[in-house]
Design a protein around this ligand. Structure first.
Ligand code: 3PG
Length: 310
């Protein structure tokens, strides 16, 4: 009965499409909220090492509670799993802290414009470190990505070198994280959600000593008092919101990575940046010049061309 089978397959395909659409919409919405609260917190409390640590701690705690209360089933892991996770966690920690340091120095939109260049880093790392080769159109698609990011950077009104380098380091680190996590998730029984939970816990252990060494409790205590006197007691809820939303958007993104190819994932990630850039420019009244916006548009267009030719 070929016709009926055809109908069943297309039903299944459209269900899958709806499911992925819901994942993507949720991922972007959670990410926009995270970015807004993260920047509000950093404006009043410019200590990115602590805020990065708190977001990992919050996610780890939420997942531990879900496992203990059996809201989610705890994964069955062995030593080998944690060993394979280690390089992923190192890259995740560097990428997360670097992006947060960047956002503490420049506008959220600027960090995300530079982060829209991630596919260019992906091609360069695969070419230089893994020896992969790509067809000529892929290399050509890097020109608008790199050119667009460069144009946006040189015309940025509030350019800051640490902010720029943080976003660049984050790009590099996340390319390695994606390469390692693809390897680590392949053939493993751990779901995307639990994989991200274990990743948060390991990253938390890695980042904590560095956060204490770079910023430290004394600086945090004084900064916290300042922030509370400036914002009021509600400040703590901003910190809670940035931490909870950080975990949720990453969890949903790993749940969708489970279902789709890395390429579809990276296209989804670029579309996510468009929502963040637009939302943050509106909310924070970020000043932009037309040539600056043109650079961002060229970079994002380059990413779409890349996804079509890869
Ligand atoms: C972070 O804090 O880790 C960054 O904001 C994450 O950037 P992403 O948009 O690449 O997840």
């Amino acid at each position: 009965q070929p016709i009926e089978i055809g109908i069943e397959i297309s039903d299944e395909q459209s269900r899958q499409k709806v499911k992925i659409g819901i994942y993507f919409a949720t991922w972007w919405a959670l990410n926009v909220v995270f970015n807004i609260y993260n920047k509000k917190v950093l404006n009043a409390f410019p200590y990115p090492w602590l805020t990065s640590t708190l977001s990992l701690a919050c996610g780890s705690l939420m997942m531990l509670v879900s496992w203990v209360t059996r809201v989610a089933e705890a994964p069955k892991t062995d030593l080998d799993f944690w060993k394979t996770l280690f390089p992923v966690a190192v890259a995740h920690t560097i990428g997360h802290v670097a992006a947060t340091v960047s956002m503490s120095k420049v506008a959220v939109s600027f960090t995300h414009i530079i982060k829209s260049g991630e596919p260019a880093f992906s091609v360069l790392v695969s070419r230089l470190f893994l020896g992969d080769t790509f067809p000529l159109p892929v290399y050509l698609s890097l020109l608008p990505i790199i050119g667009g990011c460069a144009l946006a950077a040189v015309t940025e009104l509030n350019f800051n070198m640490i902010g720029f380098m943080g976003a660049m380091i984050s790009n590099l680190a996340f390319v390695f994280r994606n390469i390692f996590s693809k390897k680590g998730m392949k053939g493993k029984s751990v779901s995307g959600m639990n994989y991200y939970a274990c990743l948060s816990m390991m990253s938390l252990l890695i980042v904590t000593p560095f956060a204490i060494a770079v910023e430290g409790p004394q600086v945090w205590a004084a900064g916290w008092q300042n922030a509370v006197s400036e914002i009021g007691p509600n400040f703590v809820w901003w910190v809670v919101a940035q931490s909870v939303f950080y975990h949720l958007y990453n969890q949903v993104s790993y749940m969708s990575l489970d279902q789709i190819s890395p390429l579809t994932f990276s296209v989804g990630n670029t579309m996510k940046r468009i929502s963040v850039i637009v939302a943050s420019i509106i909310i924070f009244h970020t000043p932009i010049r037309p040539v600056n916006a043109l650079g961002a548009a060229i970079a994002i267009l380059g990413t779409f061309i890349y996804s079509q030719v890869e």
